[in-house]
Design a protein around this ligand. Sequence first.
Ligand code: T46
Length: 145
Amino acid sequence: NNIPKLIDIETHRTEQSGSLSVIQSNTHLNFPIRRVYYIHSIEDDKARGFHGHKKLQQCIVATSGHVTLSLEGYGKTYSFELDAPNKGVLVPAGYWREMSNFSNDAVLMVLASDDYEPKDYIHDKQEFYAFDANRTNVEKVGYLA
Ligand code: T46
């Protein structure tokens, strides 16, 4: 499925002692988790992202605070308000992403399908539009073969 999707993360609440939320590859994602990173200690709400990924799939969660995530791909734009630790966004391959409106306490956790690979990034918006217009490029990338 190529459409970004907001998911409700399974959360177990224990009265007075807090909540536990769980994401499991087999049940909640359509990829095995290969890498985890998180963005935090944001001081002055500078927007981040501004790139596309050719193959990488991700699940993005604001485990604390608030952030706006916008995604663009297949000629469509989507915007998500991540403001609770039980919300996640599944980001399919081939989407341009921008993150903005970070609260000071925001922690943005990303579960990713692959290792860090600079060649998977598209930093130029025009290049991304060319990629978006011709999805067969995805099959031609080949560097992870
Ligand atoms: C994405 C959004 C949501 C590494 O060395 N290893 C890594 O695994 C990553 C993700 C980054 N880095 C280095 C590369 C840069 O020197 O960390 C620095 C900051 O990365 P970047 O400017 O790409 O950060 P964002 O917030 O613009 O984008 C990141 C991810 O790169 C990207 O995959 O989807 O978060």
